[in-house]
Design a protein around this ligand. Structure first.
Ligand SMILES: NC(=O)c1ccc[n+]([C@@H]2O[C@H](COP(=O)([O-])OP(=O)(O)OC[C@H]3O[C@@H](n4cnc5c(N)ncnc54)[C@H](OP(=O)(O)O)[C@@H]3O)[C@@H](O)[C@H]2O)c1
Length: 338
């Protein structure tokens, strides 16, 4: 478990380690014998990039149903059509989900509650980085990156728990894997003093583009660690999954400077994994690794948390984040799902 890997945390946050991991190691194949017959898999942000390739990887294991959660149903249906041509027997449904909106997340979860017997595997992949400060127009009007990568991802995690739990005592635990990023590994957090911790990320003067992206991912790792203490891994195993730097996705779509665009593309060309390989990591985290990965940072093995999580301050901020998150999401009665 990541909780026991404090000694590795500083090293795993270094550029050297990540450069080595990206360029010299290969994502292992999924072991033979893992299959998904009779199971339902849900992937968010599934119309492009890592989410789309993850669906393709899951379809090779022949699940009974795949739900693609997407904010544009048109784009989602176009992506699903390509997959249906490749996997002729596959049952793929495209469901609308806008992760900027609490209401949309609630509607999506309510649909899962109504229409599905069970969700066996959920991969919460939808996410983004922004170069400019923007707020969403709903709820606490948080900064967009924090809303999408943290708050609505936390909300969806809570709301899916009832469907992830086994229906009979002999069933396997449900699997919830939330996509994280190495951008969070070396970060530390500022104590906002008397102010609300969650609100401290909503200040335009403190916003630093992709730095905020890393912070939003650090928050979701802290949330997963605390969620794992609260739910029984015999019912639902929850972890974070890190695909590593990946080329060929639309992740840098908000970069509009051509110089920066060329620099990023060149850098990704050197260290980036192919989406087909990187998205296979989601299957390692959600199918191959077991109960030992509960609450952990994973790729194909269990790795250390971001190093700040091992400090007293990090622990204190994690508790505070959890309490504030429960308070913020009270409108959706999230505590009843635990
Ligand atoms: N690429 C990398 O190097 C890398 C490395 C580590 C982690 N990651 C993580 O991997 C995940 C996928 O990234 P990617 O590289 O595949 O990027 P991508 O190609 O831009 O895909 C992002 C996906 O998230 C969806 N999305 C964004 N905002 C959304 C919203 N408000 N509601 C619903 N869906 C939303 C996008 O939908 P639309 O197409 O409709 O916008 C798209 O389907 C992200 O969580 C990212 O942080 C990426």
């Amino acid at each position: 478990m990541s909780s026991k890997l404090k000694q590795q945390a500083s090293y795993e946050a270094t550029f050297a380690h990540n450069f080595w991991k990206q360029t010299l190691s290969r994502v292992p194949a999924i072991p033979a014998g893992i299959e998904l017959a009779g199971k339902t898999v849900l992937v968010t942000g599934a119309n492009v990039g890592l989410g789309f390739e993850a669906v393709r990887n899951f379809l090779r294991l022949r699940p009974s149903l795949v739900i693609m959660g997407v904010r544009s149903v048109n784009k989602g249906e176009a992506a699903a059509a390509a997959l249906r041509r490749e996997f002729l027997d596959a049952r793929i449904e495209v469901w609308e989900l806008d992760m900027e909106s609490f209401r949309s997340v609630q509607a999506f979860a309510a649909r899962a509650e109504r229409e599905l017997d069970r969700v066996h595997v959920a991969v919460l992949n939808a996410g983004l980085g922004k170069l400019k400060f923007e707020r969403v127009d709903e709820g606490g009007c948080h900064e967009v990156t924090i809303q999408v990568n943290y708050l609505t991802t936390a909300l969806l995690s809570f709301l899916l728990l009832p469907k992830l739990r086994p229906t009979t005592s002999s069933s396997e635990p449900g699997r919830l894997s939330i996509v994280n990023s190495g951008a969070s590994l070396g970060l530390s957090l500022e104590d906002p003093g008397d102010g609300r911790f969650l609100d401290s990320f909503d200040r335009a003067e403190k916003f630093n583009g992709f730095g905020q992206y890393g912070l939003s991912k650090l928050l979701i790792m802290m949330f997963v660690a605390k969620l794992a203490q609260t739910i029984n891994p015999k019912e639902v195993i929850v972890n974070c999954t890190d695909p590593g730097a990946t080329k060929g996705t639309e992740f840098f779509r908000s970069v509009n400077s051509w110089i920066m665009s060329i620099a990023l593309r060149s850098f990704m060309g050197i260290i980036g994994r192919r989406t087909a390989d990187a998205s296979r990591i989601y299957l390692h985290s959600s199918l191959v690794l077991g109960e030992e990965s509960h609450g952990s940072w994973t790729d194909w093995i269990i790795r250390a948390w971001p190093k700040t999580m091992y400090t007293d301050q990090g622990h204190h901020m994690g508790e505070r984040l959890w309490d504030e998150t429960l308070e913020e999401l009270k409108f959706a009665r999230v505590e009843e799902k635990l």
